[in-house]
Design a protein around this ligand. Structure first.
Ligand code: UD1
Ligand code: CA
Length: 456
């Protein structure tokens, strides 16, 4: 049977109290609507339609070509939202899943089970439900004497007895596509919120003696609907544990799973060790035997085999094998570090390449620098890369030695094997294998202290 999907994402998300549209709020760095789209992917959806309203442009930019978009001009309720997909979907035959853009924890396995159950039972509608301890705010699933679902009542419309029901509507349903669009025409807005409720379709079809089912999912954690930042924080905790456990099962050591934050797109090989306070985000990949943390932030980076990153920030960069970074290094975007390199404490690198076996051990800034292999950069060295208007490049060729407290005024090149004396300010290229000294000569004034200072 062909499968279609509608994602509801037009609401403002008032309860988030945010400039950012609800479905774009990130969980471990990924906008929540993207989790929904990824989780639907294995179900082989023929056509996916996202209903957008508030922030339509931003939402469609984030989702991209994975979905078609239909605008709901006014947010008159979830049934009204689905009707907007009529032109795109109503002629199709098959199963249509409707999901909310604000339930990002439902897994691909659950979606697949829901589809299977719906198709196997030959139902016209199947609602995904779960039992939760605190059903506050959710629609309640009302079953008849024989235990079959008869309708869903919203929290605001429920009487005392209905409020005591702890089986909730997750906001996810499979429908026979034709039956869905026919029933939607019959939904009214005669309720506490004056909205057209999608769950009313269940009662409408039931009254028409159609087969209605409920698929009760055992894991209540998946059902969280993100209506406010309390739920967002809960979802972050659940997703964090889920991702961390996946890496633990893959052979990664994480010493404190509650204080390690790994984004959903991060790849980590086995035998990597991650210490607490570490955040690994974006499209990062960490090779085997690397040690990350404690307290490090890695964004969009490739970290090579057996490299160690301690108490440091590394962004949009590539780090080779057996590299030692930190403590307290800041590696900024477009940096490329070779193998067996040391980037020590209080070193900042920006748009800089370091060749194999090079050492930058302490208190140094290298920006827009091309550094060769086996170079030693002394403590307190600075590439003076900015003249107030433009950035310039510093080249330090292989086997060069830069003494401590050196200013390299870019553009400038230190040729192969050259030495720069400590305390120099270099503004001319240094030829191959020569020594450059560029500092004032020392003068010793003998007897000065007794003659001048102590006399006064
Ligand atoms: C909805 C369900 C409730 C269920 C809960 C699960 C209804 C009436 N209620 O309640 O039974 O327990 O989800 O989380 O459906 N949206 C639109 N257009 C609209 C209104 C909403 O696109 O006109 C979108 C929202 O952006 C959101 C989703 O639909 O992504 C759900 O809307 P929301 O207002 O969060 O519904 P709930 O009150 O959570
Ligand atoms: Ca919701």
């Amino acid at each position: 049977m062909k499968r279609y999907a509608v994602i509801l994402a037009a609401g403002q998300g008032t309860r988030m109290k945010s400039k950012l549209y609800k479905v774009l709020h990130p969980i471990l760095g990924r906008p929540m609507i993207q989790y929904v789209i990824e989780a639907l992917a294995p179900s082989k959806i023929e056509k996916l339609v996202t209903i957008v309203g508030h922030g339509a442009e931003e939402v469609s930019k984030v989702v991209g070509s994975k979905s078609e978009f239909v605008i709901q001009e006014e947010q008159l309720g979830t049934a009204h939202a689905v009707i907007q997909a009529k032109e795109t979907l109503s002629k199709e035959e098959g199963t249509t899943i409707v999901v909310c853009g604000d339930t990002p924890l439902i897994t691909d396995a659950t979606y697949e089970q829901l589809f299977d159950y719906h198709e196997k039972t030959g139902s016209k509608a199947t609602v995904l439900t779960t039992k939760i301890d605190n059903p506050l705010g959710y629609g309640r699933v009302i079953r008849n004497e024989s235990g079959n679902v008869s309708r869903i009542v919203e929290h605001k419309d429920a009487n005392e007895e209905e409020l005591s029901v702890n089986e909730i509507n997750t906001g996810t349903y499979c429908f026979d596509n034709q039956a869905l669009f026919e029933a939607l025409e019959k939904v009214d807005n005669d309720n506490a919120q004056g909205e057209y409720y999608l769950p009313d379709v269940i009662e409408i079809l039931k009254k028409e003696n159609e087969k209605i089912s409920a698929y009760l999912m055992p894991d209540q954690e998946e059902s969280i609907g993100i209506n406010d930042r309390v739920a967002l924080a809960e979802a972050e905790v659940i997703m964090k544990r889920r991702i961390n456990k996946m890496h633990l099962r893959n052979g990664v050591t994480i010493t404190d799973i509650d204080h390690t934050y790994i984004g959903p797109d991060v790849e980590i090989e086995s035998d990597v060790t991650i210490y607490p306070g570490t955040i690994i985000k974006g499209n990062s990949s960490i090779k085997s035997d690397a040690v990350i943390g404690p307290n490090s932030e890695i964004t969009n980076c490739r970290i090579g085999n057996a490299s160690v990153i301690r108490q440091s920030v590394v962004s949009d960069s590539k780090i080779g094998n057996q590299v030692n970074v930190g403590p307290f290094a800041n590696i900024r975007p477009e940096t490329e570090v070779g193998n067996d390199v040391k980037v020590g404490n209080f070193v900042e690198l920006k748009k800089t390449s370091l060749g194999d076996h090079t050492k930058v051990s302490h208190l140094t800034y290298l920006g827009d620098a091309e550094v060769g292999e086996n170079v030693n950069i002394g403590c307190g060295s600075i590439t003076v890369n900015y003249d107030g208007v433009k950035k310039h490049v510093t080249k330090i060729e292989s086997n060069a030695f830069i003494g401590c407290n050196t200013n390299l005024l870019a553009p400038v090149t230190i040729k192969e094997g050259a030495y720069v004396a400590a305390g120099s300010t270099i503004n001319k290229d240094v030829p191959k294998e020569s020594l450059a000294i560029a500092r004032a000569r020392q003068e010793n004034k003998e007897g000065y202290v007794n003659r001048i200072i102590k006399k006064n």
